[in-house]
Ligand binder design. Structure first.
Ligand SMILES: [Zn+2]
Length: 395
C-alpha cells in the first residue's frame, strides 16, 4: 500500500498506526533521511492493500473502518476527506491488512505463475527485493528474491530439475508465509520471526530451470529452434514427465566442477531428457548464473530443493564443515527426512558449493513417489519442510 505524506507524518507514526514493525517500513522504502519525510512524497507500507469505498448517506469513517477492521487513524492518514463532512458518492481508501496467502502453490507451477506471484509479493511486501541473476537459454530472466539485510547469508534454490517444479511452489509458499507473518507480528510454525529477519539475509532462486519446467508442464516450446530440438531429444514423444534437463537437454545439476568427469564417464554423451552433464562443466547459462551468484554473495549455507525421497544429502568428499552435521541433524529431527552424508553422485550444485566454499551445502529431496509429485502431496511436504526453512534461518 502506498501513502502520501502529510504534515506531521513520520515512519514511526505509520508503524504505530498500522502496527507494522518499523524496520519493515524502513526496508520497504529507500529513504535517504527516514527522520525527515517530504510532504507529498509516497511511502510504501508493507502488509496492506487498499480498497476503494464509495460513501453512502449516513456513513461515517468510524463505521466504515469498523466494517473493514481497519485502524481509524489509518483511514485518516490515507485520505484527505474531512471526516466530519463526508459527501455521498465521494471515494475513500480503506487500508486492509493482508492476512491471506498471495501464493497458491496447489497448481501447475510454471514460469508465468512464478513471475505473477513474484509481482504480487513485491507489491504487498516491498521489503522483499528482487534481483535478476541471469537468463535461461530461451532468455527468461532468473529472479532472485532477497529478504533481510542480516549478516548470516542463507541461500535456497529450487527446480534445478524440470520435473521437480513442486519445489518452486514450496519456496514461494515459504517466502509468502514468512513475509506475511513478519508484517503481522505472528509466529510461523511456533517460531518468532523478527530475530530471524534481523540476523539473516535470505536469498531465494525459486526456479533455476524455467525452460525445463515449462516443457514438463506445457509441452513443446512454441519457439524455434527449441521446438525441434526438444522434440528430437525427447524422441518425438509428447510425454515430458521424465524431463529433468534444460531446453538444450543438459542436466543442470550435473554441470558443476566437482568430480564432473566421473559423471561424464558414465552418463549420456549427448543431449537427453535427463542426466547429460554437458560437454564441459558450466556450459549452461542457468548453471553459470547460480555459480556466479554464489561466488558474488558468499553464502554461509545453501539448500537446493529437489524431489523426491525424503532425504537430505549433506556431504562431499569430507570437505563439509562440522556445522553441516549439526544442521542436518536438526533438519532431520524437524522433518523426519533421513540425512545421508555420501552418495555416489557428483557434479551437483551442493557438491560444488561445499567444495568451493567449505560451507554447509544440502540437497533436500522432498516428497515420495515419482516426480512430478502430485499436488495432493503439497500440504504434507510443507508441514514436513517448514522447519528446515526456519531452522536454516535461526541456527
Ligand atoms: Zn533433482
Amino acid at each position: 500500500m502506498q501513502i502520501r505524506v502529510k504534515s506531521g507524518d513520520s515512519l514511526w507514526k505509520y508503524s504505530r498506526v498500522f502496527q507494522i514493525p518499523l524496520k519493515l517500513i524502513l526496508d520497504s522504502n529507500n529513504q535517504d533521511n527516514p527522520n525527515q519525510l517530504m510532504i507529498g512524497e509516497v511511502i510504501q507500507i508493507p502488509g496492506y492493500v487498499t480498497k476503494s469505498y464509495t460513501i453512502k448517506p449516513g456513513d461515517t469513517l468510524w463505521k466504515i473502518a469498523g466494517w473493514y477492521q481497519a485502524p481509524l487513524d489509518g483511514v485518516l492518514l490515507l485520505n484527505d476527506a474531512n471526516p466530519f463532512a463526508l459527501k455521498p458518492g465521494e471515494k475513500v481508501n480503506i487500508p486492509i491488512r493482508v492476512t491471506w496467502s498471495l501464493v497458491n502453490p496447489i497448481q501447475n507451477y510454471d514460469y508465468n505463475t512464478l513471475v505473477t506471484d513474484v509481482r504480487k509479493l513485491l507489491a504487498v511486501y516491498p521489503f522483499i527485493k528482487q534481483g535478476v541473476i541471469g537468463e535461461s537459454v530461451m532468455g527468461k530472466p532468473l529472479p532472485e528474491l532477497v529478504v533481510g539485510k542480516g549478516n548470516k547469508k542463507v541461500h535456497m534454490n529450487a527446480s534445478f530439475h524440470a520435473n521437480e517444479w513442486l519445489t518452486s511452489a514450496l519456496l514461494m509458499k515459504f517466502i509468502d508465509d514468512y513475509a506475511r507473518e513478519l508484517t503481522n507480528s505472528q509466529m510461523l510454525s511456533g517460531v518468532s520471526l523478527p530475530p530471524l529477519y534481523e540476523s539473516t539475509s535470505l536469498s531465494l532462486v525459486p526456479m533455476v530451470n524455467p525452460d525445463g519446467v515449462d516443457i514438463v508442464i506445457n509441452g513443446l516450446p512454441e519457439e524455434e529452434p527449441y521446438r525441434t530440438l526438444v522434440d528430437e531429444i525427447n524422441n518425438g514423444s509428447n510425454q515430458f514427465n521424465r524431463w529433468k534437463a534444460n531446453v538444450r537437454g543438459v542436466d543442470l545439476n550435473n554441470q558443476y566442477p566437482a568430480k564432473w568427469e566421473v559423471e561424464a564417464q558414465r552418463k549420456p554423451t549427448k543431449p537427453s531428457p535427463r542426466n547429460y552433464p554437458g560437454k564441459a562443466p558450466l556450459t549452461e547459462p542457468e548453471a553459470i548464473a547460480l555459480a556466479d551468484l554464489s561466488r558474488r554473495k558468499k553464502f554461509d549455507r545453501a539448500l537446493a530443493f529437489h524431489s523426491q525421497g525424503e532425504v537430505i544429502y549433506w556431504g562431499y568428499e569430507g570437505l563439509e564443515p562440522p556445522e553441516s552435521e549439526r544442521l542436518v541433524t536438526e533438519y532431520s529431527r524437524l522433518s523426519g527426512y533421513t540425512g545421508v552424508r555420501y552418495v555416489d553422485s557428483y557434479a551437483g550444485y551442493k557438491d560444488w558449493f561445499i567444495k568451493e566454499f567449505r560451507k554447509p551445502g544440502f540437497t533436500v529431496e522432498i516428497g515420495k513417489g515419482e516426480s512430478p509429485l502430485p499436488l495432493s502431496q503439497f500440504s504434507k511436504i510443507y508441514q514436513d519442510t517448514i522447519g528446515i526453512f526456519l531452522s536454516s534461518l535461526y541456527m
